[in-house]
Design a binder for this molecule. Structure first.
Ligand code: ZN
Length: 534
């Protein structure tokens, strides 16, 4: 269908200041347009809620690490087999798969679209495995995909910092993003993954040396934040701080924010970075910092009770999780670039730390001074599956439901927490639209996504109203992707291929001669073979 009029829905389009007004949305050739002919096909959305397609700013869906997680968890495949959807005759061949916390590629695309999400970023790709990521995205239908390239422990980058060659470091970043078809820069535990390869588990301060004396987490953060800004990337450097998951890590989290002070930077899954010592919530300190620093953005990384799979470049954290749970795990050193750790995990509301994590995440949302700058994530599948987003939305919108649950969880570490003291805030539909589509689009620099103004991509989700927000957001009635009706009456009917989002910043090509020498001497793949083609 190339032309469509969506008639009379309550439109929540905060980027354009539209807050539930009944109006028509017109679609032509994959874009939102001002008008369509009066005889254009109509979709009756009266009484329903209309939003732009959802945008996931931080998930793990298409990295080589995600494939390792799939291989680690055959029991998930057996427990949640997924039949091929019944697509319209003449559409693409539908594919079966498996679900669980780390669904197979096709199921990942179908399930995101089934929730009304149309764009997803994989937050942590080892550059040398970018080819795998693009292949996985090729098999993840419907959603547009992009990824952030892991650079915070990269040997070539660390060498440039050691040599004081920050301009060359910036040129390297530009080359690497273009060569791998990445979207932005990811830092995971700056310097800490490199130290973990040498059996050091914990960074004491941002000024701990990583090999050479002048290579420190602080220098890595500064260099990459500067590079992201200087290259004019649409999304700034995306930072997973040091000491994730450890009590007292609020200090190094705030110190990291101050270290990149004045530069645009995105701090991810802040819930895992907001703990006082002994165990207590430090969410208030994050909210206060955000209130006075408009250059900083973040996503929450909410923990949801139930099964999860932790997948991260931060192998040191996974070692601790493996030791404390006794569950199976994977640890990989990825050549000279990064690492990877995986441990399946279950968050139980009877467990003291998991209960605190759940509370910290909700406090970050409920104390947030600016929903445009602190957006929704569960760090899928780390804090919980993306399939739990509707339940999370209900927790944010429904205080009674939230407080009932709060009473039933382990109270050991909750003394003095803002949520335990009573937080009355309930997110509005407009605020939900901000934290799930308009905000991520703005933070990612996606000008034609996350809104329903003329010229936007025709990614539209239409929900039947319900007093139960979890029900409402779990089963959108209609989903339109790039002008194609993919979900009709709650059923997946079409599965078009999404597009790939990537950047190719300019750089001084003199860096390539030095890189070629480095590749010849150190890397398992030839310099000429490293770049990927789409
Ligand atoms: Zn993550």
């Amino acid at each position: 269908m190339t032309v469509l009029r969506i008639v009379g829905g309550s439109v929540y389009d905060p980027a354009n200041g539209v807050d539930g007004d009944a109006r028509d949305i017109c679609v032509r050739d994959g874009k939102i347009v001002a008008e369509v002919p009066s005889d254009a096909p109509r979709l009756d959305a009266r009484g329903m809620v209309v939003m732009a397609g959802g945008i996931d700013i931080h998930a793990h869906v298409a990295a080589s690490s995600v494939n390792l997680a799939r291989m680690l968890l055959p029991e998930e495949h057996a427990a949640d087999p997924v039949l091929a959807p019944r697509l319209e005759p003449g559409d693409v061949i539908p594919r079966s798969g498996s679900g669980g916390t780390v669904p197979s590629t096709f199921t990942t695309g179908y399930r995101y679209a089934g929730l009304g999400y149309t764009t997803v970023f994989d937050a942590a790709v080892a550059p040398i495995s970018a080819r795998s990521t693009h292949a996985q995205f090729d098999d993840t239908p419907i959603v547009d995909g992009g990824f952030f390239a892991l650079l915070g422990n990269d040997e070539y980058l660390l060498r440039q910092i050691a040599a004081g060659e920050r301009d060359r470091a910036r040129d390297y970043v530009a080359w690497l993003l273009g060569a791998t078809k990445a979207y932005s820069i990811k830092i995971v535990n700056a310097g800490g993954v490199e130290l973990w390869k040498r059996n050091v588990r914990e960074i004491k301060s941002l000024d701990d040396p990583v090999g050479a004396a002048n290579v420190t987490p602080r220098a890595i953060l500064e260099t990459l934040a500067d590079a992201g800004n200087a290259l004019g990337l649409p999304h700034p450097v995306h930072i997973h701080c040091n000491n994730l998951g450890l009590p007292g890590n609020i200090d190094i989290t705030l110190e990291s924010m101050r270290a990149v002070g004045g530069r645009r930077a995105h701090f991810t899954h802040l819930q895992f970075q907001s703990y006082a010592k002994p165990w207590a919530s430090a969410a208030k300190q994050i909210a206060e910092y955000f209130a006075s620093h408009p250059e900083v953005s973040g996503d929450v990384g909410q923990v949801m009770f139930g099964p999860a799979t932790t997948v991260t470049a931060d192998g040191a954290v996974e070692y601790l999780l493996h030791m404390s749970t006794g569950r199976k795990w994977i640890n990989v050193d990825i050549e000279l670039e990064t690492g990877c750790g995986i441990v399946p995990y279950t968050y139980r509301d009877t467990a003291a730390v998991a209960a605190l994590q759940w509370v910290v995440g909700l406090e970050l949302f409920l104390l947030s001074p600016d929903p445009w700058r602190l957006v929704l994530s569960t760090d899928h599948p780390n804090g919980g599956s993306f399939m739990s987003y509707p339940e999370l939305i209900r927790l944010l919108m429904d205080r009674t439901y939230r407080d009932d649950h709060l009473k039933r969880i382990n109270q050991k570490h909750l003394a003095g927490s803002a949520l335990a003291d009573g937080l009355s805030r309930e997110y509005t539909l407009s605020e939900i639209a901000i934290i799930t589509r308009a905000g991520p689009a703005r933070l990612l620099g996606l000008k034609n996504k996350g809104h329903l103004g003329v010229g936007a991509e025709a990614d539209v989700t239409i929900y039947a109203r319900s007093s139960n927000a979890a029900e409402m957001f779990a089963t959108p009635r209609y989903v339109i992707k790039g002008g194609t009706l993919v979900v009709e009456e709650g059923q997946l009917r079409r599965a078009p291929q999404g597009s790939r989002l990537h950047v190719s910043p300019g750089y001084d090509r003199a860096v390539e001669r030095d890189l070629k020498k480095y590749f010849d001497e150190n890397v398992s793949i030839a310099f000429e073979n490293y770049p990927v083609e789409l």
